[in-house]
Design a binder for this molecule. Structure first.
Ligand code: BG6
Length: 465
C-alpha cells in the first residue's frame, strides 16, 4: 500500500508509563503499599520499590519529554499514594506530587492523560477481599471523586482501568501468589465494570467537558487455518478476551456469547439490583487501547493441551476445552521476549474497534521490550525499536486513511521502567535509565537513538515515516 502516512494536525503524539513501574518511592511521604509493591517477584529480576525513581526525577523526566516533543503523556496515579489504605485518610503529600507533575507537564505544553488505576490496588483493600468485595467499588468511587475534585480543572483525558481484561484473563502475568478461581475472577471483573461505570458517570456530572473511557488491551484474533472450527475458536477467544470489555463499557451489556459461556460453566457473576442500569447509563467518550500483538487461535483438541499464553507469561493458564487453543503464527516475527510483532494487525485491530463502536480511539500502549545495550560512549543504538515503531506508525496512518478516528498514539514507554514480571532489563523507553536489576547505579537518563528518531516523527507530524 503506497498511501502517504498522514496524521491530523492535532494528533496526540505521546508516550506512556504507570505509577508502580516508574515512580519508585514505594513507601515514602506517607504512601501506602499496593499489591504490586508486595507482590511475590521472580528472584532474578528487580521489584518495583525503586523502579526508575521518577518520584524524585519527575522534573528532569518532564523536561526530557518536552525535548522529545511529546504532545501528550499518559501516566497513572497510584491510588495508595493519595489514599494510603484505599478508602480512609487522604495523603496530602501524594496529592501534591500529582499536582506538581501535572503542572510541570502543562507548563511544558504536554497534555496529561491520566489512568486512574493501573494494576496497583491498595494492599489494605486486597486484604479485605480486593475486587471480589463490593466495598471496593465504593472505595474506588470515593477515590475517583477525589481525583476529579483535585485534578478535574487540569485534566481533559481520563482513563478508568488499565487492562481490566489482562487482570481477568492473564492473572499470572501480574505476579500473583495464587491464581483466583474463574468464578472469583468474573465477580472481580463485574465489580470493576460497575466501578468503571460509576467513575464515568461521576466524571461527566462534575466535568461535562472532560473525556473519559476504558483502556483494555485489544488484539485482532486470527483463526489458525481456514477450517471453520478454527474460526469459531478465534471468535470465542476474541469475545472472551476483548469484546466483552468494550461491549460492557460502551453498550452497557454483557456480550451474549460470553454470558452464555459463563452460565454454562457456572462462573457467572452475581449482579446486584441497579448494576445493569448503571452499566447502561455510563457512556465513554473514547476508547483507549493497548496493543502489543495479535493472537492466533485454533479449535480445541480437547486433550488438555489448550493454552492461553500471553507472550512472556511465567505462568500459563490452562484453556477451556472446546473454546480455543493458542497457536504460533508462522507469518510473524517475534521479539526477544517471544511476543509476536504484527504492525498490520494493529491496523486490523483499529478497524475492528471502529466498526464495532464508532468512537474516537487513543492508543495508550504499544512498544518493544528489548535488552538494550549501553555503549562505552554512552549511546543506545536501538534501531530495532525504530524499525518496530516505523512499521506500526505507518499502519496507524493507514487505519486513519481507512476512516478510523485515531486521536493519538502513546508508545510504551516514555522512559525505561520495570516490566510487569521481567525486570528492568526488558526495556521499552525512548530514554534509558542507568540501573541494573539490582545495582541502582546513578539512575542517569540517556537518550536512545529512538529518542532522536521519534523527535523527528513528532516534529514532522509523521511525514518522515
Ligand atoms: C501492559 C501493561 O500489559 O503491557 C504494562 O499495561 C506492561 O503495565 C506492558 O508493562 C508490557 O508488558 P511487560 O510484561 O513486558 O511489562
Amino acid at each position: 500500500n503506497n498511501k502517504e502516512a498522514k496524521f491530523p494536525a492535532d494528533f496526540l503524539w505521546g508516550a506512556s508509563t504507570s505509577a508502580y513501574q516508574f515512580e519508585g518511592a514505594y513507601n515514602e511521604d506517607g504512601k501506602g503499599l499496593s499489591v504490586m509493591d508486595i507482590a511475590p517477584h521472580p528472584e532474578d529480576v528487580a521489584d518495583f520499590k525503586v523502579a526508575s525513581d521518577h518520584y524524585h526525577h519527575y522534573q528532569e523526566d518532564v523536561q526530557m519529554m518536552k525535548e522529545l516533543g511529546l504532545k501528550a503523556y499518559r501516566f497513572s496515579i497510584s491510588w495508595s499514594r493519595v489514599i494510603p489504605d484505599g478508602k480512609g485518610d487522604i495523603n496530602p503529600a501524594g496529592i501534591e506530587f500529582y499536582h506538581n507533575l501535572i503542572d510541570e507537564l502543562k507548563a511544558s505544553n504536554i497534555e496529561p492523560i491520566v489512568t486512574m488505576y493501573h494494576f496497583d490496588l491498595p494492599a489494605a483493600l486486597q486484604e479485605e477481599g480486593g475486587w471480589e468485595n463490593r466495598a471496593t467499588i465504593d472505595a474506588f468511587t470515593k477515590y475517583a471523586k477525589l481525583l476529579f475534585e483535585e485534578y478535574g480543572e487540569k485534566i481533559k483525558y481520563w482513563l478508568v482501568i488499565n487492562e481490566q481484561n489482562v487482570m481477568i484473563n492473564h492473572p499470572g502475568a501480574l505476579n500473583r501468589d495464587e491464581i483466583p478461581s474463574k468464578k472469583s475472577l468474573y465477580q472481580q471483573c463485574h465489580n470493576m465494570f460497575v466501578a468503571q461505570a460509576k467513575a464515568m458517570i461521576l466524571c461527566h456530572k462534575m466535568y461535562p467537558e472532560a473525556l473519559i473511557g476504558p483502556a483494555p488491551n485489544i488484539m485482532a484474533v486470527y483463526p489458525a487455518t481456514c477450517n471453520p472450527a478454527d474460526s469459531i475458536a478465534a471468535n470465542n477467544w476474541a469475545s472472551i478476551r476483548c469484546w466483552l470489555y468494550l461491549d460492557v463499557a460502551v453498550y452497557g451489556k454483557y456480550t451474549d456469547l460470553v454470558w452464555q459461556y459463563l452460565v454454562d460453566r457456572e462462573i457467572e457473576p452475581e449482579i446486584y439490583a441497579g448494576d445493569l442500569e448503571l452499566l447502561a447509563e455510563a457512556k465513554p467518550d473514547y476508547i483507549a487501547m493497548n496493543y502489543y500483538a495479535t493472537a492466533t487461535v485454533g479449535a480445541s483438541k480437547g486433550d488438555g493441551s489448550d493454552l492461553s499464553a500471553r507472550g512472556g507469561d511465567q505462568q500459563i493458564m490452562l484453556g477451556e476445552n472446546g473454546v480455543y487453543r493458542a497457536e504460533q503464527n508462522s507469518y510473524l516475527d517475534s521479539t526477544d521476549f517471544v511476543w509476536a510483532i504484527d504492525p498490520i494487525g494493529l491496523r486490523l485491530t483499529l478497524r475492528k474497534i471502529n466498526e464495532r463502536y464508532h468512537l474516537p480511539i487513543l492508543i495508550t500502549e504499544n512498544g518493544l521490550g528489548a535488552k538494550d545495550i549501553l555503549t562505552e560512549d554512552g549511546k543506545i543504538h536501538d534501531d530495532y525499536r525504530i524499525d518496530f515503531f516505523n512499521k506500526h506508525f505507518k499502519q496507524a496512518a493507514l487505519a486513519i486513511a481507512d476512516g478510523v478516528n485515531l486521536i493519538g498514539y502513546c508508545p510504551w514507554s516514555a522512559v525505561d521502567l520495570i516490566s510487569t514480571h521481567q525486570g528492568c532489563s526488558k526495556r521499552y523507553g525512548f530514554i534509558y535509565v542507568n540501573r541494573d536489576e539490582f545495582d541502582l547505579k546513578d539512575m542517569r537518563r540517556m537518550k536512545k537513538d529512538s529518542f532522536y528518531w521519534y523527535q523527528k516523527v513528532i516534529e514532522s507530524n509523521g511525514k518522515i515515516l
